[in-house]
Design a protein around this ligand. Structure first.
Ligand code: TXA
Ligand code: MG
Length: 349
């Protein structure tokens, strides 16, 4: 299949034609990668079981891992969800459109193919204008997982999408870099107390401000409530290890470990906070990845997936990363990094 890549240029008429065409493709059961404010999504018609099947195929994703349904009008929530609690409306007023996904009981109109067999549906009203327009032009309900091949880091620009899905989908809309760079917060509202299933830009405190106390799902359970959390995810081809501890000790430990690999020819890389750059200066034969300043956690979040992809391009074999326990997004960032490290964490002390 030939994948057309089209760029949003700012020329209103041309852009509208692109969006109309994307809408037509999706209505006919095809797939289009579309930018959103979190990461790029692989969009198909959420109400068409055939489209959801195609999404799973294109991503190479297990079909028990449900898709998020994206809407662009609040009233459409009631078409796909039932027993909607007041907290959902309160959260929608506070954070929609935006990077918050709510899990609710589904109505029959949503096929089980879209929800991975579950009786619930995850719903998000994204803020990105291109995505909103594509949703409307395709009929109002778009199923869109992150536009990466299953297991790879999510895509934060169109070339990531091309790398992973070129030749497998109908079209890629290039709308520039995703602003946030981490996937949305997923919040389960089907129990008495809300549960965060996946950390994202809307952190626990922001949810609690609206809903009162919130629980956090631990990913250690065998049957996590967000089925996606049980799969291997984000891991680069090389072996990533997180090193925790005070900055100078961490750097010393990482440099020692790197020196230990020098003899076997494998390329070593280190991911660090800008504040600590000097600690790695002059290190021989190590690729340096500056994740951004600890005072600017938005930038660290924004860069993370690109860095994980670059490590593969550069064929890094041993990768060490500092821990980024920043105040608001630290949890979301470290959730992705720990999964990329498949649990490998060592202490520098
Ligand atoms: O920011 C995002 O959420 C992006 C953009 C494209 O909107 N989408 C995204 O979708 O990250 P995906 O499929 O890569 O991740 C969705 C996560 C998975 O962990 C999945 O298991 C969980 O949400 N999920 C979806 N529907 C669910 C449901 N009904 N119950 C529990 N978890 C659900
Ligand atoms: Mg994903």
């Amino acid at each position: 299949m030939q994948t057309r890549i089209v760029k949003i240029s700012g020329d209103r008429e041309k852009d509208d034609r692109i969006i109309e065409e994307a809408g037509r493709i999706i209505k006919k059961g095809g797939l289009v990668a579309v930018p959103t404010e979190t990461v790029y999504g692989l969009a198909g018609d959420a109400l068409n079981p055939g489209s959801s099947k195609k999404i799973y195929e294109a991503k190479g994703r297990p079909s028990d891992n449900p898709l998020i349904v994206h809407i662009a009008r609040l009233k459409d929530l009631e078409t796909i969800a039932r027993d909607i609690p007041d907290t959902a409306y309160a959260l929608a007023i506070a954070y929609w459109p935006g990077p918050l996904t709510m899990v609710l009981n589904k109505k029959d109109i949503v096929p089980k193919e879209t929800t991975g067999g579950l009786d619930t549906v995850a719903v998000r009203f994204p803020e990105n204008e291109i995505m909103q327009k594509v949703i409307i032009s395709s009929g109002g309900f778009i199923a869109a997982p992150s536009a990466n091949r299953s297991g790879r880091p999510s895509c934060t620009n169109a070339s990531h999408c091309e790398e992973d899905l070129g030749g497998r989908i109908d079209m890629i809309i290039d709308g520039g870099e995703s602003g946030i760079g981490l996937e949305s917060t997923v919040l389960d509202l089907t129990a008495a107390r809300p549960v965060i299933l996946r950390h994202g830009y809307i952190d626990k405190a922001m949810v609690e401000r609206v809903t009162g106390p919130v629980d956090i799902e631990t990913t250690a359970t065998e049957k996590p409530r967000a089925p996606g959390m049980k799969y291997r995810h984000y891991a680069p081809k090389g072996e990533l290890t997180l090193v925790s501890g005070e900055a100078e000790k961490t750097a010393r430990r990482i440099l020692e470990l790197a020196a230990g690999h020098a003899h076997n020819g494998g390329k070593t890389a280190v991911i660090f906070a800008r504040e600590n750059a000097a600690l790695y200066e002059g290190a021989k034969d190590i690729s340096l990845y500056d994740a951004g300043s600890l005072n600017d956690e938005d930038t660290i979040a924004h860069r993370l997936f690109s860095i994980l992809r670059e490590l593969d391009e550069e064929e890094c074999r041993y990768i060490y990363s500092e821990c980024f326990d920043t105040p608001r997004l630290g949890r979301a960032i470290m959730d992705r990094l720990s999964r990329a490290a498949e649990g490998r964490v060592i202490s520098a002390d």
